[in-house]
Write a protein that binds this ligand. Structure first.
Ligand code: FES
Ligand SMILES: [Fe+2]
Length: 400
């Protein structure tokens, strides 16, 4: 029977073994605590450097959970900065939405104009203002930093930890992993469930043989490992990496067989194996019976890291029972027509699987809110679920 390596059971049980309360998925008060004490103090990923490759490229992120909208922009000096998306004159939302390229940001209300570094560069009829000091009306900055090409922001006035400290031992686990990958697919959905429920559903594999019985069971389970037990689970403080098993004796269906034959690098759902140069955080046990990893960068960023492709998920809480889910797929540049077909097959297959994952969420939220039962029961293979809820609760408790 497959058992997670690298995580001793005693260590796992330190997180508790008791049933877990549903309160943190249904209570508006606890959600408000998460907003104030967690999200407003956390380093939150808002995109990738490649989303804004050129000077003046910018994107707007409306962040309900932070009660603000942010502009993330690449300056003329190539530096990436973030600002609250507000004009300091009468507090109009400076850039209504979306992404684009600009030399300056001009407020469409009265024409105040800002440089890419946030400085006020033009104020219409400035003589109309009494004692006006232009230098005091820059865009309000947000702390921003980069890690492995991901852009993180922190809206705290003075973050307690810098991004390196926030990531801790996770820092060097993925060095260079995304360097050659490019964005190949992106979609989003608003789902009526708590954001943690969504993270939970996408970070354990105990459900794979059942919920994915048509799409995945034979590739993710085998007589040796019928429940798709993790190869490894590693906890990095508040972050986590679970390594998902793949059946080494999986028999591809005819479409997959054709795809794998013509592609240089067979992708999903073939086993990802260990070929190529993977950093230590990807398939950490170097187990050849490996599909991909489920990695959570606390609190709301997830990777599905495989060999040659990677899913990146953003979970954006909109309210206690509403979440905006964004899924991006990154892959290597295809080199042959076979690669293109293989990648397209992977994209379609992944989307189908993610729809299956999504299919339980609203029903679960609905029944949690009914209050008939107030606790969930977790097995050892759902350690990532427990770690999710315990990490959030601990962070909030420590913030008091
Ligand atoms: S609110 Fe922006 S210029 Fe007046
Ligand atoms: Fe799943």
């Amino acid at each position: 029977m497959n058992k997670p390596e690298n995580l001793k059971y005693e260590e796992m049980y330190k997180l508790g073994t008791e049933p877990l309360s549903t309160e943190d998925c249904v209570s508006p008060e606890l959600f408000e605590q998460e907003r104030q004490k967690l999200f407003k103090r956390a380093w939150i990923c808002v995109g990738r450097e490649g989303d804004i490759p050129n000077a003046g490229d910018h994107l707007v992120r409306d962040l309900d959970v932070l009660q603000t909208s942010a502009i993330v922009v690449r300056g003329k000096d190539n530096q990436i900065r973030a600002f609250h998306n507000v004009c300091p004159h009468r507090l109009n939302k400076l850039v209504p939405e979306g992404e684009g390229n600009t030399r300056k940001f001009m407020c469409r209300f009265h024409g105040w104009t800002f440089d890419l570094d946030g400085a006020l560069s033009h104020c219409s009829n400035k003589e109309l203002f009494t004692n006006f000091d232009e230098s005091k009306f820059s865009l309000p900055p947000i702390h921003a930093d980069l890690w492995e090409g991901f852009i993180f922001i922190n809206v705290a006035e003075q973050p307690k930890e810098n991004l390196r400290e926030w990531l801790g031992d996770l820092n060097d686990q993925f060095e260079g992993y995304w360097d050659e990958m490019e964005l190949r697919g992106k979609w989003s959905a608003v789902v009526n469930c708590n954001w943690k429920l969504y993270v939970d559903a996408n970070t354990e594999a105990y459900h794979a043989p059942t919920l994915h019985s048509r799409s995945l069971r034979d590739s993710f389970a085998s007589p040796d490992n019928p429940n798709c037990a993790f190869n490894t689970v590693r906890l990095f403080g508040r972050h986590r990496i679970g390594s998902v098993y793949a059946n080494p004796n999986y028999q591809p269906n005819p479409m997959e067989e054709l795809t794998f034959k013509i592609a240089e690098t067979p992708l999903y759902p073939a086993t990802s194996a260990t070929t190529g140069h993977l950093p230590p955080g990807v398939n950490p046990s170097r187990n050849p019976a490996w599909a991909f990893d489920v990695d959570v960068v606390f609190p709301n960023l997830q990777f599905g890291a495989a060999n040659g492709w990677c899913l990146v998920f953003f979970y954006w809480p909109l309210s206690v029972n509403k979440t905006l889910f964004e899924a991006c797929t990154y892959m290597y540049k295809p080199e042959t027509p076979g690669d293109v077909i293989s990648q397209e097959y992977t994209l379609a297959h992944v989307r189908d699987v993610l729809r299956e994952d999504m299919s339980t969420l609203e029903g679960t939220q609905q029944m949690m809110e009914s209050g008939v039962l107030k606790y969930i029961q977790l097995c050892d293979e759902e350690i990532t679920v427990r770690h999710n809820h315990v990490s959030v609760a601990n962070f909030i408790a420590e913030a008091d």
